[in-house]
Design a protein around this ligand. Structure first.
Ligand SMILES: [Zn+2]
Length: 450
């Protein structure tokens, strides 16, 4: 809570800031929602931040076709229910974030249609509040970056610069160009031998999946500092491209305005954002995406329409052959899955058996390390059908043979959804790196990097 003194001070600062930006200062005695009236003239202006007080997470299970149809209709009708996936098949379990004002009629609907369910979380804002306390301020020195907190884009980028200076013999910062809102899309190249085959890691395409950029920085750090001979060999025998935030506008927005934002920030009339992992020019908008800009999985107005998509495509196209990129890893959360192409069809890729085998080895390695259960399979079979994803595009168009999309912690019935507590960053990132290492070593044995 703010004290009266600091509240007054904040009011002064806010008022000055608003005057400076030309925003309208609220008129006298306005009730600005939970703010304190100061001096009877105006009130403390709350930040423009989405809140999820008393939002509940339900996990429902579908036992009949009627229930599936009902929930498909429900998703179409309501923007107060955030579906994590779509209702598709009997036996499926689905998590739904229910807005506070819909809790009563949602509970009534479950009862009326006799739908099996559990309430996973009663007040989602509590999760967000504790998560935001785990963010270090963007004014810290980048050398303070660790894997016990979450970090602003600014800190991550400053850390990349600082780390590249420290390891200037091996590490360079790369710039894909700017995003829709003019943020840089920065990454690193770690190279000890120009003849090495390369591994590309894409993180943060979905803004709210904070564990993804955190895992990317963890991997960079491990490759540079690990005392493990196997990791040192990986750093020596392969060149690595790692981009921690390929959706920087969205990532910033989750810190400043809405922790649950997923898409980029492109404007479409009254709403914003394209799901960048539905925007790639490979079976674009064919399945598992929406043509409606208000939806979380909006595929965009056309294939490859988004600046961020184009930046990544241009980068991979110009580097794939020259740098011999043979592996593409996309980091997401949550659900604990290691998935390979395709996402758009249940047809099998030519090297399905190999990818299945490497995936199984990787899930076994995670189990041995942390005891966590991950499942492996093609994306279509494992999570849900989805066209226009970066992994399918990289595998099909650029013929990158080893391609995976990881869904990191938590489990499919997570109480936190994308709001993974910071205490889990280190173990999650470590098991993800173990999975990558296992896949790369297994693929090497099969001759994929010859
Ligand atoms: Zn994702």
């Amino acid at each position: 809570m703010l004290t009266w003194h600091s509240a007054s001070l904040w009011l002064v600062i806010t008022t000055l800031a608003m005057a400076a930006t030309g925003s309208k200062v609220l008129s006298e005695n306005v009730d600005c929602g939970g703010g304190s009236v100061v001096g009877g003239e105006t009130c403390q202006v709350p930040p423009d931040q989405a809140r999820y007080d008393h939002y509940r997470i339900y996990n429902v299970q579908f036992d009949t076709e009627e229930q599936i149809k009902l929930f498909q209709k429900l998703e179409d009708e309501s923007d107060s229910l955030t579906f994590i996936g779509h209702a598709r098949e009997i036996g499926q379990k689905l998590s739904i974030l229910v807005a506070a004002h819909r809790v009563a009629d949602f509970a009534d609907l479950l009862k009326t249609y006799n739908i099996q369910h559990r309430v996973l979380t009663y007040n989602f804002q509590d999760k967000i509040d504790s998560n935001l306390r785990e963010v270090l301020p963007d004014s810290i020195d980048p050398s303070k970056l660790d894997w016990q907190h979450f970090f602003h884009l600014k800190t991550i980028y400053a850390w990349l610069d600082q780390t590249a200076e420290k390891y200037s013999d091996r590490l360079t910062v790369l710039d894909m160009g700017s995003s829709t809102q003019n943020n840089r899309i920065l990454g690193i190249k770690l190279a000890t031998n120009p003849n090495n085959k390369a591994i590309f890691i894409e993180a943060g395409i979905h803004a709210r999946e904070w564990i993804s950029p955190a895992t990317a920085t963890y991997i960079i750090n491990e490759l540079l500092t690990s005392q493990d001979a196997g990791v040192q060999k990986l750093a020596r025998d392969y060149n690595w491209f790692v981009f921690p935030s390929v959706n920087p506008d969205g990532y910033k927005y989750t810190f400043e305005h809405d922790r649950m934002w997923r898409k980029n920030r492109q404007l479409f009339g009254t709403s914003r954002g394209v799901d960048l992992n539905r925007n790639y020019p490979d079976h674009w908008n064919s399945t598992g995406s929406s043509s409606d800009p208000t939806r979380y999985d909006y595929a965009g107005p056309s294939a490859g329409s988004e600046v961020e998509t184009q930046r990544l495509i241009e980068f991979i196209r110009s580097h794939a052959k020259k740098e011999q990129i043979k592996t593409y890893i996309a980091l997401h959360s949550y659900s604990q899955m290691l998935m390979f192409p395709y996402g758009h069809t249940k047809d099998r890729v030519y090297n399905y058996d190999d990818l299945q085998e490497f995936g199984k080895k990787a899930t076994a390695a995670i189990k041995a390390e942390s005891g966590r259960d991950y499942v492996s399979g093609s994306l279509y079979e494992t999570i849900y059908p989805a066209g226009g994803g970066s992994m399918d595009w990289a595998h099909a168009e650029l013929e990158i043979p080893i391609a995976y999309t990881f869904e990191l912690r938590g489990p499919p019935d997570s109480q936190d959804l994308f709001i993974l507590p910071a205490v889990q960053i280190q173990p999650t990132a470590s098991e993800a790196f173990t999975a990558i290492r296992t896949i790369v070593e297994a693929a090497a044995e099969k001759g994929y990097y010859k």
